[in-house]
Design a protein. Structure first.
Length: 85
């Protein structure tokens, strides 16, 4: 099992159009990196990385701060616990 993070991009949704009066990329285009990570043999076994536009990118400096990692991990556990028990 692998786990990676990704940036979807700004996807053209009703919320984006109505709330912010902006257009984004198509839903199909926005899904490409997710589909790529789930199905491409070229990333088989790759884990713990960050991707944007189907390419590995450096994670932000903020994401590397241990105190933030701990806070977000705890928040994730609390949020997901109802689905895991």
């Amino acid at each position: 099992m692998t786990a990676n993070a990704l940036h979807l991009g700004v996807v053209n949704t009703k919320l984006l159009r109505k709330s912010y009066h902006l257009d984004g990329m198509s839903v199909d285009k926005g899904a490409q990196t997710s589909v790529y990570l789930a199905s491409s043999l070229s990333v088989e076994g790759v884990s713990g990385k960050y991707f944007k536009n189907m390419q590995e990118r450096p994670a932000s400096d903020l994401s590397k701060r241990k105190n933030f990692q701990d806070v977000f991990w705890k928040l994730s556990e609390e949020t997901m616990s109802q689905f895991l028990n």
